[in-house]
Each structure stands twice: as structure tokens, then as C-alpha cells.
Ligand binder design. Structure first.
Ligand SMILES: *[C@@H]1O[C@H](CO)[C@@H](O)[C@H](O)[C@H]1NC(C)=O
Ligand SMILES: *[C@@H]1O[C@H](CO)[C@@H](O)[C@H](O)[C@H]1NC(C)=O
Length: 379
């Protein structure tokens, strides 16, 4: 038998050895973890690279298979007057040759944004059945029209741009009086009237009255008479509903470049090259209303007191919120193609942790992000 002192010593030595071993094992585990993460990172980078290369190749080959679908596509941009819509429409005209689609102007009788029921039927029939013009980009000052009400199977894609309501009104006010540098020769309705917007507001003129702010809500609300009932709460709700459910993308004048960028990412069949064109041709695509004088704080404050401004502004802020949310979610602006959806365009939406792809008409979810640590890979 060992003497008790020696026994204790042996036990101690054993404990120390165990502790040392545990420590070593833990260190090894840590190293293994590090190694695994490094390998994983490397693999993800490879996958990323492969996807980008495959993406380009696949996109070209898949374009032919997708083209059946996309060549049928109709986009309607029901532009609200004085929202810098001409700048954007010009981009559509500049790209239609290269990207092979048609641009058509919706010219309604007397520029009325609401069509009669006969015209609605005729318009829906014409747009839907006119094969020679597809794919098509329609634009015009016409309020939202729900194609499904007419029994159409494939409805068009709606897009739009809205603007701060007071700035839009000021722009429109001066446009009526001085025209712009786009068609300088054209005689405008109120030409010769030298009154400034501020003078109009303090005199309580009709061209700058709060009722004139009621335009973006009815454009999104649609053809129902209640939409044009100034100050209607129902119209505001309907406009919000349509913006979310019927429009693929609604941008704001103040951030037109982001709008163009997102549109190119979502609908490359039409808008490939749009961002580049917008950036390089900024000047030529900008249409300036001549002689425009910014309104004073007093004029703005006076307009902001009206219930109509509050509603139009609520709608504008609502649109802005939707737009910013999409803008933030679209973390990867470059195009990545995933095997799950060859040929379509995918993006990583961080807030959803999902890979989302466009499939002709709308975004759809393809799968979870295959690497949960993607956002901080490089950290
Ligand atoms: C739209 O139609 C009107 C006649 O209703 C015509 O005077 C005008 O020039 C047309 N505008 C365009 C851009 O075609
Ligand atoms: C659509 O309208 C245009 C212009 O009126 C016309 O030339 C064309 O033939 C129409 N297309 C169809 C399919 O009805």
C-alpha cells in the first residue's frame, strides 16, 4: 500500500494532468472551429465567384427560356404631372431600341386622368391583345386602372414615382405660366401671368389652393368617383392599398437615381443600362421648369394647415417608407444567379434572411440564406 501522502500526491498529479489535457482539447477544439470557419469562408467565396460567372452565362442561356414570359410583359407607368416623370420616361425611350421593347404614350381625351367605361374597356382590350407591341412600356397621365376587373388573366406591372406634394404643386404652378426647357416654344395655359406662387397663396388664388394638392392620392386610388372626392379618407386608404398591392415599385422624385437602380435590378429585361444612362445623362434627362421661385416658409406653413395637405403628405410619407425599406433591404445590388432559379435575378434581403428572386412578375422567396453568417463574412 502507498503511504497516504504519496496517494494524495498521485491524485494531485492526476488532476493536474487532466486539467492540462482538458485545456489542450479545448484549444484544439477552438483551432478546429477556426479552421472550419476559414474553410467555410473560402467555400462561400468560391460559390460566390462561381455564381457570378455562372450567373452571366446562365442568364444569357436562360434568357431564351424566360423570354417567352418576358416578351409578353407590359409595364404601365401612370405618371403624375410634375414629378420629374419626363426625365424617367426619356430613359425608357433611350433604352427601348437596345433592350427591344416598345414605348407607347397613353393620350387620353383632353388629358383627363379618368376614362369613360367604354374607353376603359377599349384600353384594356387594346393593351392586352396588341401582340405586336409587346413587350411594352406604357406611360401617360392616367389614374390607376385595375385590369383584373375586366377579366384579364395577366395584368400589367404598375410602377410610379411620387413627389413631395407642395413641391409638386409649386412646380406645376410655374409650369403653367412659364413652361419649361423641354418644349420652350409651346404656349402654356396661364402664360403671361407673372404672379409668383407666394403672391397667389397670400391672395388666396385658386391655382395654389389646397384642393390642387389632391392629385397623387387619386392617381393611385383609381377611376372611382370617390377617389376624386377631395379629402376623402376612403380614397387615401384605397391609394395606400393599391400602392402596396398593385404596384411593383414606387419611387420618389427626390431619390430618382435609387429608383432607377432598383428598377434595373428588378426588371433588367427593360431597364438594363438604365442606371448608367441616368448617371451619365443626368443633365439631358432633367427637365427644368423655368423661372421657378421657391415658396416662402409662410406660404408652406399656410398650405400645411389644410387637411388636404395632411392627407396627401401622409400618402407621400407612406410611399417613402415603403421605398426606403426596399432600398435598405436590397443589400446586394449586383446581380447574383442561384441554381434554384436559373436566369432570374436574385438578391439577399437581410431583414428577411432570405434569398429573393424576380420571376417575371414579382419577387418570390427561393430559400433561406445558405450561410447564416453571410453579412459579417469579412469581419
Ligand atoms: C394627344 O392628343 C391631343 C388631341 O386629343 C393632341 O392634340 C396631342 O398632340 C396629343 N399628344 C401627344 C403627345 O401625342
Ligand atoms: C390598338 O389601338 C391602336 C391605335 O388605335 C390600333 O392601331 C391597334 O390595331 C389596336 N390593337 C388591337 C389589338 O386592338
Amino acid at each position: 500500500m502507498m503511504p497516504p501522502k504519496l496517494q494524495l500526491l498521485a491524485l494531485l498529479a492526476f488532476a493536474v494532468a487532466m486539467f492540462f489535457l482538458e485545456n489542450q482539447i479545448q484549444k484544439l477544439e477552438e483551432s478546429r472551429g477556426k479552421l472550419e470557419r476559414a474553410i467555410a469562408r473560402h467555400e462561400v467565396r468560391e460559390i460566390e465567384q462561381r455564381h457570378t460567372q455562372d450567373g452571366l452565362r446562365e442568364r444569357d442561356s436562360a434568357l431564351s427560356s424566360l423570354s417567352d414570359n418576358e416578351d409578353d410583359m407590359v409595364i404601365i407607368y401612370n405618371r403624375v404631372p410634375k414629378t420629374a416623370s419626363t426625365s424617367f420616361t426619356n430613359i425608357a425611350y433611350d433604352l427601348c431600341g437596345k433592350n427591344h421593347y416598345h414605348v407607347l404614350h397613353i393620350n387620353t381625351t383632353k388629358n383627363n386622368p379618368v376614362m369613360s367605361i367604354q374607353d376603359q374597356v377599349r384600353f384594356v382590350k387594346n393593351v392586352t391583345e396588341w401582340r405586336e407591341m409587346k413587350p411594352a412600356f406604357y406611360h401617360g397621365h392616367v389614374s390607376f386602372l385595375d385590369f383584373t376587373k375586366f377579366g384579364v388573366k395577366r395584368k400589367p406591372i404598375y410602377i410610379n414615382v411620387i413627389r413631395d406634394p407642395i413641391e409638386r404643386l409649386v412646380s406645376y404652378y410655374y409650369f403653367l405660366r412659364f413652361g419649361d426647357d423641354y418644349r420652350p416654344g409651346l404656349r402654356r395655359r396661364k402664360q403671361g401671368d407673372k404672379k409668383t406662387f407666394d403672391e397667389c397663396v397670400s391672395a388666396g388664388g385658386s391655382d395654389c389652393a389646397p384642393e390642387k394638392l389632391w392629385l397623387q392620392i387619386p392617381f393611385f386610388c383609381g377611376h372611382y368617383s370617390e377617389c376624386w372626392n377631395v379629402g376623402s379618407q376612403w380614397a387615401l386608404e384605397q391609394a395606400k392599398y393599391n400602392l402596396v398591392n398593385e404596384y411593383m415599385l414606387v419611387g420618389v422624385t427626390e431619390e430618382l437615381e435609387d429608383f432607377v437602380m432598383m428598377l434595373e435590378a428588378a426588371l433588367p429585361r427593360f431597364f438594363r443600362g438604365a442606371t448608367e444612362l441616368y448617371k451619365t445623362g443626368k443633365k439631358s434627362h432633367l427637365r427644368k421648369t423655368s423661372e421657378k421661385k421657391p415658396p416662402t416658409k409662410e406660404s408652406i406653413a399656410k398650405l400645411q394647415q389644410s387637411a388636404i395637405w395632411k392627407m396627401e403628405n401622409e400618402f407621400y410619407e407612406f410611399a417613402l417608407e415603403q421605398f426606403h425599406q426596399l432600398d435598405e433591404e436590397l443589400e446586394f445590388r449586383q446581380q447574383v444567379t442561384f441554381p434554384a432559379a436559373p436566369g432570374s435575378l436574385c438578391a439577399l434581403f437581410t431583414s428577411m434572411s432570405k434569398v429573393v428572386c424576380t420571376g417575371g412578375l414579382s419577387w418570390y422567396v427561393v430559400g433561406d440564406v445558405f450561410f447564416s453568417s453571410w453579412p459579417d463574412l469579412d469581419s
